[in-house]
Ligand binder design. Structure first.
Ligand code: KG4
Ligand code: ZN
Length: 343
């Protein structure tokens, strides 16, 4: 039975696109009733990156307990749901299929509407969970798999302004952390060590700056850190390591924000949303706030928990699409490469 007429709709969302199995229950656009994330990071750590087969198996084991926990924490039974949302792509195909199969079976068994969600739209939708946004806004999505700038003239519509031509920013953080022997996933460790370092000690390149284009490139920066690391064959002192982390991070942040600034100026947008796992980075958050202040634009940064992969953001995107009348059929398939501007 759907909830009573006047109660806002309640949606269960499931996310399994990469290495987090997550489920959340959202009532209306901002009442987050539960948000459960089971991370597989430890399973992938010894390989220094996500291993698709391991991810699929771990999702298959975790999806039922994670959904149960989300419903229990929300205090909502299956009869209290109005819809089910699930990440359809982009992501690892096998990993996506676990969430999709489960969501389709649940929706079919309970006669609930199903909504397939784009993972990148979900990252941006995290901003709507805590804020009412003005349009148009510029969205900078920075994660382990993606780095792109969008202009959103209205909810659910996106124009691609620029994207990375090689590595994503999060991937660069993870690869540099690996080069420096800091483990996986490394972004959060680089962030922590960089706090004790000098961001100006080493002059790493700022690729594609001054090109006038809004695209990014991070593979040259990663190579520069590798060459720098080789110069220190005898080993980096602790201070050298901190300074390397700080200088690398500053190069990434400089590049991201220079392009975001150009995007704001070109579009005339008065609001900047920064989201995705790298939006947890403390230096990026600090410098984005300074930039927004200087330009007189509003900055919306979801809290860190909502920046890394989670199902609350999938619920936010899914609920909005559900309210707009979107419905997916039982033939809903995974879309490993799915551009936001094609929605
Ligand atoms: O959004 P996300 O959880 O997954 C993807 O959709 O890719 O992003 C994960 C990425 C990883 O590359 C991770 O190292 C990075 O976000 N990350 C960070 C920080 N926290 C997570 N990068 C820099 N600083 C952080 N504090
Ligand atoms: Zn993500």
């Amino acid at each position: 039975m759907p909830t009573a007429d006047r109660q806002p709709p309640t949606i269960l969302a499931i996310e399994t696109s990469c290495d987090e199995t997550a489920a959340a229950v959202l009532r209306g656009e901002q009442e987050l009733l539960s948000d459960v994330v089971a991370s597989q990071a430890e399973l992938h750590a010894e390989y220094g990156g996500v291993v698709p087969e391991i991810a699929c198996r771990a999702h298959a084991e975790a999806v039922v307990p994670v959904v149960r926990q989300a419903l229990r924490q929300a205090g909502v039974g299956l009869e209290g749901l109005d819809a089910v949302a699930v990440t359809r792509g982009p992501g690892l195909v096998g990993a996506l299929l676990v969430g999709l199969s489960f969501a389709k079976a649940l929706a079919w068994a309970r006669g609930l509407p199903l909504v397939g969600v784009n993972h990148l739209e979900a990252h941006l939708a995290a901003a709507f969970l805590e804020h009412d946004l003005e349009f148009p806004f510029v969205g900078l999505v920075v994660s382990g798999g993606h780095t792109a700038l969008y202009q959103s003239p209205r909810r659910g519509t996106y124009r691609l302004l620029g994207q990375t031509l090689d590595d994503a920013a999060g991937e660069a953080f993870d690869k540099v952390a690996k080069l420096l022997g800091l483990g996986y996933p490394g972004g959060v460790v680089v962030d922590r060590l960089a706090r004790q370092g000098d961001p100006e000690r080493f002059a790493f390149p700022r690729p594609m700056m001054g090109s006038g284009r809004l695209d990014f490139s991070f593979s040259g920066l990663k190579t520069a850190v590798r060459t720098h690391r080789e110069r220190f064959l005898k080993g980096l002192t602790e201070q050298d390591l901190w300074d390397t982390c700080a200088s690398f991070q500053e190069a990434v942040v400089d590049t991201l924000l220079a392009k975001a600034r150009t995007a704001l100026e070109r579009t005339g947008a008065a609001c900047l949303v920064v989201c995705g796992g790298v939006a947890c980075n403390s230096r990026l958050r600090e410098r984005a706030a300074e930039l927004a202040d200087r330009l007189g634009v509003r900055l919306v940064l979801p809290r860190p928990r909502l920046c890394t992969d989670n199902a609350a953001m999938v619920a936010a995107a899914g609920l909005h699409r559900f309210l707009q009348g979107h419905r997916s059929g039982p033939d809903l398939d995974a879309v490993p490469t799915w551009h936001l501007e094609d929605l």
